[in-house]
Ligand binder design. Structure first.
Ligand code: ADP
Ligand code: ASP
Ligand code: MG
Length: 411
């Protein structure tokens, strides 16, 4: 007998029929003898609906109240799932984040889990009940409801698996595993049997929303065996693993991530003197705006320019700051552009292979796609391109690096 944590995402619990199908899967597993902790998301579309309701009252709702509001989505699902389990004769009990004693900091809307007091739930588990826990939510030390950021139910599941030292944490979703790239964009994408934590973390942070970044960080830190599976069909899914000896045989590129969430800001014609980058990026960071890719260039006339990307929600704010810095520095121009996308190749095999960047740039050139910015890490190469080229860039790179079923690797 083992202890398994399973998480079912929004689409998997998107209707009463689907909640009943999840209940049937859970009851069958319980009948095989395993102890089960089930984490559920809100029914699909519900979190967006609640956020839109808040938006219809205020453009800037209080984060505390937003958390009180959006956490209700998951509360609906836990109760419905427990009712469905009870109908099947499977003993179960629901837990909100606070009842499950998922303790977080007080950073509303993006709280971090600090501790889970397992005692409250352990008694029910010992009695043979299935625990059904609301994902995405916790409670701070003075009892405020908090939420963990979009996609946060993944992190609830992994944190519970770590706290209970579960045998496996299974993330059930609407695809049957982690693919070489988003299968909704590239239909020839291939399911991976395994991917390392490091690669999965890079894929998630570069835009693959199949797992929330924090959940992968947690799983890596506490060595939680993590698997992504389909809630609609049986199959092995994708196991997220520690890097192992089979890495030697791994393809150079394991996957391609992309996102459309960034915007690019440029300040042109500023003096090329020490401290200039700080004078520009200091006020951006003081305004709590995260900067991703940065490029600095010196022009022939000795002036310099700086281009950087931020989340597109922060573009207006960053543009305003840059305009006032630009006046001080007598910049030639300040521009903002949200028509961009980022495409990233990810693979631990890159560490031991040269030529990946050259092949990436050649492929983009052959498809007439201009590269605006480049960023690299040991296991990633990312480029910023015009948004309208995103699909063709991802498809071309996917086939150039042999990521389809039955293809080779680096050419
Ligand atoms: P859930 O509601 O179950 O949490 P999500 O929508 O958060 O589901 O995540 C699943 C989605 O992630 C898939 O439908 C797919 O479109 C997207 N996705 C993005 N990149 C990948 C990838 N590399 N492999 C699999 N799915 C991906
Ligand atoms: N319901 C939340 C969201 O839509 C959390 C989750 O689904 O993981 O972001
Ligand atoms: Mg998700």
């Amino acid at each position: 007998m083992g202890l398994i944590v399973q998480k079912y995402g929004g689409t998997s619990v998107g209707s009463i029929e689907r909640i009943e199908a999840v209940a049937a899967r859970v009851a069958a597993r319980r009948a095989r003898g395993d102890q089960l902790i089930i984490v559920v998301s809100a029914m699909s579309g519900e979190t967006n609906r609640l956020i839109a309701l808040a938006g219809s009252i205020s453009g800037d709702p209080s984060p505390r109240e937003l958390d009180v509001l959006v956490s209700t989505g998951e509360q609906v699902t836990i109760a419905l799932l427990v009712m469905a389990l009870q109908k099947l004769g499977c003993e179960a009990r629901s837990y909100t984040g606070a009842q499950a004693r998922i303790l977080t900091d007080s950073n509303h809307c993006k709280a971090r889990i600090q501790d889970i007091d397992t005692r409250a739930m352990q008694g029910d588990l010992d009695q043979g009940r299935v625990l059904v826990v609301a994902g995405f939510q916790g409670v701070d030390d003075i009892g405020n409801i908090t939420t963990l950021g979009r996609g946060g139910s993944d992190t609830t599941a992994v944190a519970l698996a770590a706290a209970f030292q579960a045998d496996e944490c299974q993330i059930f979703t609407d695809v049957d595993g982690v693919y070489t790239t988003d299968p909704r964009m590239v239909p020839t994408a291939r399911r991976l049997d395994r991917i390392t934590f490091e690669e999965m973390l890079e894929m998630a942070s570069q835009g693959s929303k199949v797992l929330q970044i924090r959940s992968v960080e947690f799983a890596g830190k506490y060595q939680v065996p993590l698997r992504v599976l389909s809630s609609f069909e049986d199959g092995p899914g994708t196991l997220i693993t520690l890097e192992d000896e089979t890495t030697m045989e791994k393809p150079v590129v394991s996957g391609i991530a992309f996102n459309r969430d960034e915007a690019k800001l440029t300040i042109l014609g500023i003096p090329d003197t020490p401290g200039v980058a700080y004078r520009i990026l200091g006020p951006i960071s003081d305004a709590n705006i995260e900067v991703d890719v940065i490029v600095q260039n010196v022009a022939e006339d000795g002036s310099t320019s700086l281009t950087f990307t931020v989340h597109h929600n922060d573009m207006k704010k960053a543009h305003k700051i840059l305009q006032s810095v630009g006046e001080e520095l007598k910049a030639r121009s300040v521009t903002a552009d949200s028509n961009i996308a980022k495409v990233s190749l990810v693979g631990v095999g890159m560490r031991s292979h040269a030529g990946v960047a050259a092949q990436m740039f050649r492929t983009l050139a052959e498809n007439d796609i201009n590269i605006q910015m480049i960023a690299t890490s040991e296991i990633k190469i990312a480029v910023i391109i015009e948004e309208k080229h995103l699909e063709s860039a991802v498809s071309a790179l996917h086939s150039s690096f042999g990521l389809e079923e039955g293809s080779g690797t680096l050419s």
